[in-house]
Design a protein around this ligand. Sequence first.
Ligand code: ZN
Length: 200
Amino acid sequence: MRCLFCDRPIESYSLASLFLKTDELCPKCRRRLSLKRKKIPLGGFEVKTFFSYDGFFRDLLLQYKECHDEALKDVFLYGLKEYLELRYHGYHLLCIPSTGKKLEERGFDHLKEMFRLVQLKKICCLKMKEEITQEGKDLRERRKMETNYAYIGPDVDKILIADDVMTTGSTLKGAFSAVKCHAKMVKVISLAYKNITLHL
Ligand SMILES: [Zn+2]
């Protein structure tokens, strides 16, 4: 078997791979994707993140999302999936939706695919009011996302909102405010956190 990222043959396995599913990254790449748990307060709620958006996470994510390398879908939650299942047992998992344009470009829903093996009930009840892509947008434009989501599903007890990268937090704020009246408990996670200086 070869590493899905660097293509080197995988000859040794980590301890974790003895009892988890075999890792599709080689130990060298896996070490570069080290867990850095953080809790980031975001105006009334908290976002739990697991990786910093540094060189390697970014390279891996770009390879997956923008070069449409769908095979990488399971490498991000390797070793984290079990933690999420325990920690958020009883929650409904709600992934931030992509725009129709992005879905069409990629041919797959990158976030849903990343979380597909997580054994939590999934709901897809978040809709964008206006299809806005955030790339290259300034802070003022990004802020539009804070009021750009609507929840169109049934009320449930607990919802876990999940995204891949948090930058300004506008998307997660928008999702949280759309969801908060429809569940007794809402938690938010983002796999990675991009540390940027905000000019407020
Ligand atoms: Zn590798």
